[in-house]
Design a protein around this ligand. Structure first.
Ligand SMILES: [Zn+2]
Length: 366
């Protein structure tokens, strides 16, 4: 008799329930519907998808997290929301699993291929093959080198939800590029590409209707994750992100309705851009004070200074990536440098100005 096979498969993630008071779909602007869908991520809990009236059909923006429950939810919502008209185009803002999960399923259902920027399509292809952001062994080695404690490394390894488990991609796509105009219904929507959160996130701006679909580039209340990943350890994605915020400010009017991928639609785009810039400056200032005080620090120590709460496996990935992003940004401004401590560990050294200690008097000089 053979022993029963051991179960090694990990339990599927539990989706957070959608708030009961929110409708499953609602019209947020003429011809623009918001679909509220569930997520298993502690920090986010839900993601917005959009349906835009497009002649005899609909353009859908983003695909939601890839799970049977979400697909069931979408089928039920479509039965009512689409009013018998087909989805004739699918646009993916960026490759992350909460945006691309059900891509193949939606494409099969409606006979489509998604419109995405080429870098996002490529990133999706790599993540689906357990590479790039989803190469857990390489990424864990990188975090270990940057001082991540063994217990947190184990949390990351055991809890990280792999892209390949929750995203199915179709065989082909249509490429869109920054500045391209897409005619959706009777209006022109401009593709506005942002960087830093993901390789080339496609936002959509309709100047005529005063609506800006921001993806994860501009979010209310929470900030988009900005991460360094092991593939490009010296990258400065925070520089890219702040640069993209400046581009958004210059191209999108302030008096628009912003439709973000998470949380509620909002007005006051430029004020939110100010807040996001201030947020990152505050984070940089915190790390400056850590480095100034201690002289040197690992990225993991900086992560603890930035995130003083218990982290799950996904949050470890985001928190380490975010600490590294802010440290690399300080390298870009000449305030820090990276060195190896001789034991194979990477550390950052403060190279900026030392804090003013006030005027020294002769009798205080040691
Ligand atoms: Zn994202």
């Amino acid at each position: 008799m053979t022993a029963p096979a051991q179960t090694t498969a990990r339990a599927g993630p539990v989706l957070y329930p959608l708030p009961a008071e929110k409708p499953a779909f609602e019209e947020v602007a003429p011809g623009v519907l918001r679909l509220n869908t569930a997520l298993p991520f502690r920090g986010l809990k839900q993601v917005n998808l959009w349906l835009l009236e497009d002649g005899d059909g609909w353009t859908m923006v983003d695909c939601g997290f890839g799970s049977g429950e979400v697909r069931e939810h979408l089928s039920v919502v479509w039965d009512v929301a689409l009013r018998g008209r087909p989805i004739t185009r699918l646009i993916g803002t960026h490759f992350h699993p909460d945006h691309m999960g059900n891509c193949a399923w939606i494409c099969n259902r409606w006979g489509l291929a998604p419109y995405m920027t080429t870098p996002e399509w490529m990133a999706a292809q790599l993540a689906a093959r357990d590479l790039f952001t989803d190469d857990v062994p390489q990424s864990a080695e990188f975090f270990e080198q940057h001082g991540l404690a063994p217990d947190l490394l184990e949390t990351y390894r055991s809890e990280f939800l792999l892209y390949s488990d929750f995203v199915q991609l179709p065989k082909s796509f249509h490429s869109i590029v920054d500045g391209e105009m897409l005619r959706i219904g009777s209006a022109e929507w401009q593709v506005i590409v942002g960087r830093g959160h993901s390789p080339a996130l496609a936002g959509l701006y309709c100047a005529e209707r005063r609506v800006y679909i921001s993806g994860d580039q501009v979010l209310p209340k929470i900030t988009s994750n900005i991460s360094v990943v092991h593939w490009e350890p010296l990258a400065d994605p925070l520089h890219q992100f702040l640069d993209s915020l400046r581009i958004v400010r210059s191209r999108v009017a302030d008096d628009v309705l912003v439709l973000p991928s998470h949380k509620e639609p909002f007005c006051g785009l430029h004020k939110r851009l100010d807040e996001l810039e201030e947020h990152h400056e505050t984070r940089l200032e915190l790390l400056r004070s850590v480095l100034r005080r201690k002289g040197t620090s690992s990225a993991a120590e900086c992560m603890n200074a930035l995130f003083g709460f218990e982290l799950d496996g996904h949050q470890v990935f985001f928190a380490m990536g975010e600490a590294l992003a802010h440290l690399n940004h300080l390298m870009g401004s000449g305030e820090a440098e990276l060195y190896s401590d001789g034991a194979g560990k990477a550390r950052y050294r403060w190279t900026g100005e030392t804090a003013s200690t006030g005027e020294l008097h002769d009798d205080e000089v040691p």
